[in-house]
Design a protein around this ligand. Structure first.
Ligand SMILES: [Zn+2]
Ligand SMILES: [Zn+2]
Ligand SMILES: [Zn+2]
Length: 344
């Protein structure tokens, strides 16, 4: 039974999946060991409902039709083969203390590059702009669907060059309620706006600009290592101006964010020897009644293991200070940026 359960006391949620031998969003490979995300293997995935194709200087949005898949694509979006939520999840409601609700929703995959061996750290700014534009499109569509309260966008990337490293892709999972991590941020922003009339996240951006935790600043974005990092070398990317959603990015801001992502992910890969990482987009829900946040991206390199302090105490022990991490990531990201801007 696929259902969403809420903890006895806290807002912690769980989704329990039937045992199907697949991790959510895992790439399905067949016996031939062909990667289903690679160009040429399109028929191994469900039909794509958004395919970005480059024709000369223009980008066209297309859709796979029955028995006729779109080839030579730049970005491809289709339903996940191992979804964590489903539009037709069976009804299952439970009351406190065994609170539960059906895991109704949509799970889509965005393949970020047709090239299997092009890791996120090497995806160029033009392709990042294509990815962000396609994301905006699909996320906007998902919010128009019934029962969607939130669209969580995230990347799980394994260490580059290892057998577990899979084809770069982005997951989009919708949930019938705002995830607790976003809700906590939204409540903080809302109460600060109500009580003080200021966005606390705007204040954080102002405080971290030019400080010891700054990693990189572009025209519209700031990357910094947060004061409290849950993972060593964790970093956040914030729009400098108050902006509630990635759907509000203009074309100019999107190109600037592409430059920021390429520089910081490229920088992180070189500085930390191509680490595995998770990247999450925290954007406001598009539902009218929900509280808003100052949208941002959080990147967590995966290093070491959590102990009882983290798991049992919520206290994160780090092998490095955010200030030292910012120096290492900053130097590397600035080098990447200089090269990119030099060849533009
Ligand atoms: Zn592939
Ligand atoms: Zn703000
Ligand atoms: Zn956040």
């Amino acid at each position: 039974m696929v259902e969403i359960r809420k903890d006895y006391f806290s807002d912690k949620l769980s989704i329990t999946l039937p045992d199907r031998g697949l991790k959510p969003g895992q790439v399905i490979t067949q016996k031939s060991d062909k990667c289903s995300y690679c160009a040429g293997n399109e028929e191994m995935t469900p039909p794509a409902d958004l395919v970005l194709v480059k024709r000369g200087d223009t980008l066209l949005k297309q859709t796979d039709s029955e028995g006729d898949v779109v080839k030579n694509w730049a970005v491809r979006i289709f339903p996940a083969k191992a979804p964590v939520v489903a539009p037709n999840a069976p009804p299952s409601y439970g009351d406190a203390p065994h609170y539960s609700e059906p895991a109704v929703g949509y799970h889509y995959v965005l393949v970020a590059t047709p090239k299997h061996d092009q890791p996120f750290s090497k995806i160029d700014t033009e392709q990042w702009t294509n990815i962000l534009a396609s994301l905006q499109d699909k996320v906007r569509w998902l919010y128009s669907q019934k029962g969607v309260s939130y669209v969580l966008v995230y990347v799980n990337s394994e260490r580059e060059g290892t057998p577990v490293a899979v084809h770069p892709s982005i997951q989009m999972v919708t949930t019938p309620r705002v995830p607790p991590a976003v809700e906590v941020e939204a409540e903080t922003v809302q109460s600060s706006l109500n009580d003080l009339g200021v966005c606390p996240m705007c204040q954080v951006v102002a405080t971290e600009t030019g400080g010891p935790r700054q990693i990189l600043a572009t025209d519209f974005f700031l990357a910094f290592a947060p004061w409290v990092s849950t993972h060593p070398y964790e970093y956040w990317i914030y729009p400098k101006r108050h902006m509630t959603s990635l759907l509000k990015l203009s074309q100019k801001e999107m190109m600037d964010l592409a430059l920021m992502l390429r520089s910081t992910l490229g920088g992180m890969s070189k500085a930390l020897d191509s680490p595995a990482f998770t990247m999450v987009f925290h954007s406001s829900s598009e539902k009218k009644t929900t509280k808003q946040i100052h949208w941002h991206i959080e990147v967590y390199p995966k290093r070491g293991q959590w102990t009882g302090l983290e798991l049992g105490g919520g206290i994160y022990v780090s092998e490095t200070t955010p200030e030292a991490a910012a120096q290492v990531l900053g130097a590397s990201a600035r080098k990447e940026l200089a090269q990119l801007v030099g060849i533009r």
